[in-house]
Design a protein around this ligand. Structure first.
Ligand code: SF4
Length: 371
């Protein structure tokens, strides 16, 4: 399950780049242009055309056929249910004709470069292929509440978000279990005039087949890398294959779209932004994740080390009383039943720097986007 972020400082017009600034000791001839808030040239785009606009008619029809084929024998995520979703459902409990959607709205709780000035066009899908005990969005992901929308319905909503909401992108939140429906909806929306980038906001529990289907459709991958140890994944995510899957998925995402790039307004248009939510007492796992990202993916990877963990979902609930009925039940997952300490977050952030990572999502002390 993905996490959304809350800005700790409002986004102000004064945060925009100042391209011309007087030098500290001005003289009549020492007016030097300084980029206070520059985007490194390697990550600056003059213009950007979303990838879905560049697909050829043959590629579109191949993707459509592949999407339907996957639904008839679904192995699209590591659960590998092998079911025909037109007739029955697998672990994710979602069929083939529709996706269940909880909320569609312009969203201002994402990273500054994703939400920008007008918001990100968020589509929160209900259900999930994971079962994280601490899920920070469990009202949506652990229930199947919401509306059943066909790919055509979804495409219509994307156009509304773009044309009425004026959002910067379409942000698909928890879409791993409905990738075929999502791909069909984007292909339809491009015919209807969709012209903004697509963000795939994932827990990284994706299969390579699924990412191949998304190649050419998604512009920005926003994967979480949650935990490092298999035992932790088994206990807290109920998915012991998570760690290896996340490694493989993030590498494949990076292979498709590379480093995060921006247009000069500071809005991200293409690339990978990896999130890691630091967990209480699990900071060593966070440090390992940072070292792996720098070593195996790229030191230029754009990373968000997140600190807003809170006990939620099953964490802190009491087990049932014992059979004799005596005593209070034990608190569940008590090892993560607290907030993260500042020093825990700091140690993960420091490990990231030590590993060579340098592009972080955080509030810029000098104001403006931190690019
Ligand atoms: S997407 Fe759903 S049906 Fe398909 S393999 Fe994953 S959990 Fe099973």
């Amino acid at each position: 399950m993905k996490l959304t972020t809350t800005l700790t400082r409002p986004l102000l017009r004064s945060h925009l780049p100042k391209l011309l600034t007087p030098s500290p000791s001005p003289s009549p001839f020492s007016y030097t242009p300084i980029r206070h808030l520059g985007i490194p040239p390697a990550y600056l785009l003059d213009t950007y055309i979303p990838r879905h606009q560049l697909l050829t008619p043959i590629e579109v029809s191949k993707k459509r056929s592949l999407a339907h084929a996957h639904l008839q024998n679904c192995n699209l995520c590591p659960r590998r249910c092998n079911v025909n979703r037109y007739h029955k459902t697998g672990t994710c409990m979602i069929g083939a004709e529709t996706a269940k959607v909880n909320v569609i709205a312009p969203h201002r709780g994402e990273e500054p470069c994703i939400q920008g000035y007008c918001g990100s066009g968020a589509v929160f899908f209900s259900g999930c292929n994971m079962r994280c005990v601490f899920c920070q969005n469990h009202e949506i992901s652990h229930t199947l509440s919401g509306h059943d929308l066909t790919p055509t319905d979804l495409a219509t909503w994307y156009l509304r978000l773009q044309n009425v909401g004026k959002v910067h992108n379409i942000n698909l939140v928890t879409p791993e279990h409905v990738v075929p429906q999502v791909v069909l909806s984007i292909l339809e929306a491009r015919e209807m005039g969709l012209s903004i980038p697509v963000v795939y906001n994932t827990s990284s529990f994706d299969s390579l087949d699924s990412l191949k289907l998304l190649d050419g459709v998604v512009d920005i991958y926003l994967p979480d890398f949650k935990v490092w140890r298999v035992e932790t994944a088994r206990r807290l995510l109920k998915a012991e294959e998570y760690v290896e899957t996340a490694k493989e998925s993030i590498k494949a995402m990076y292979g498709q779209v590379g480093d995060l790039c921006f247009t000069s307004d500071g809005i991200a248009k293409k690339g990978v932004l990896v999130r890691h939510l630091v967990m209480p007492g699990l900071e060593e796992e966070g440090r390992e994740i940072m070292r792996w990202l720098a070593r195996e993916v790229s030191m230029d990877l754009y990373v968000h080390v997140m600190e807003q963990y809170r006990p939620d979902a099953y964490v802190g609930r009491r087990k049932r009383r014992n059979v004799e009925g005596g005593g209070d039940g034990e608190v569940r997952y008590k090892e993560i039943n607290r907030a993260v300490r500042e020093e825990e977050w700091g140690s993960v952030r420091e490990a990231a720097v030590q590993a060579g990572l340098w592009r972080f999502c955080e509030v810029n002390e000098k104001g403006g986007f931190h690019l």
